[in-house]
Design a protein around this ligand. Structure first.
Ligand code: HEC
Ligand code: HEC
Ligand code: HEC
Length: 132
């Protein structure tokens, strides 16, 4: 083998190695969804709390928000970075759905994948599907 073919062989092995999880899982597992941020959310840059925290703890935040509004009539949440939010699931631009304005492309993407069906939308108004 000359150097050139060694490099090519190396590259082929590398590509197989890197893509292994994809073809190994072919037909078995659905890819992990990428929840889509709307332009509005991208513009705002930050969520209520850091992304990693939101990923795992957003249900707890919603719980805290609900308690605060329903029990204490307090609607303003101040994040650790000092940003203010209206503690609401779906009303106002600074509510969850106000900013993540496509429930279908955002919340549902993950929930369908994880087979969670939050019951919130039996009472709370779901934004129309065409709204982005
Ligand atoms: C003002 C806009 C805004 C509001 C209001 C907001 N978010 Fe976010 N959210 C963002 C942005 C921007 C990101 C991405 C942050 C990043 O990439 O660092 C994000 C990220 C997330 C993520 C992680 C997504 C992922 O890809 O892992 C979840 C979950 C989430 N938000 C849920 C919520 C919930 C639930 C609420 C209401 C309690 C909420 N957000 C309110 C802007 C917002
Ligand atoms: C990054 C993926 C992801 C995104 C984006 C996301 N969720 Fe979730 N959500 C989950 C997972 C996973 C669970 C289940 C967690 C568990 O059971 O511990 C969950 C659970 C919940 C629950 C609790 C449901 C229950 O029955 O216990 C609520 C409420 C909720 N999400 C609301 C939202 C809302 C509203 C949005 C959009 C603004 C959203 N989530 C976006 C992944 C996501
Ligand atoms: C049985 C009906 C019902 C269900 C189901 C329900 N809610 Fe609510 N929720 C209400 C009512 C009524 C209020 C009070 C509205 C107000 O004062 O603005 C409220 C208020 C809230 C608030 C604060 C105000 C606002 O505008 O959002 C949050 C946050 C909230 N709920 C989150 C949730 C979440 C998350 C779920 C699902 C895990 C859920 N709710 C399920 C009826 C419901």
């Amino acid at each position: 083998m000359n150097d050139k073919s060694k490099i090519i062989a190396g590259l082929i092995i590398f590509v197989i190695f890197i893509t292994f999880p994809f073809w190994y899982n072919m037909g078995k597992a659905a890819p992990v969804p990428e929840p889509k941020l709307t332009d509005k959310a991208k513009l705002e840059k930050e969520c209520v709390e850091p992304k990693q925290f939101m990923k795992v703890e957003h249900m707890q935040i919603l719980d805290v928000w609900r308690e605060s509004v329903v029990r204490n009539a307090s609607r303003t949440y101040v994040s650790k970075t000092g940003k203010k939010f209206n503690m609401s699931l779906a009303s106002g631009d600074d509510s969850c759905i106000g900013c993540h304005s496509s429930k279908v492309d955002f919340c549902d993407k993950c929930h369908n994948y994880a087979s969670v069906r939050p019951y919130c939308w039996t009472c709370h108004i779901e934004p129309p599907k065409e709204k982005k």
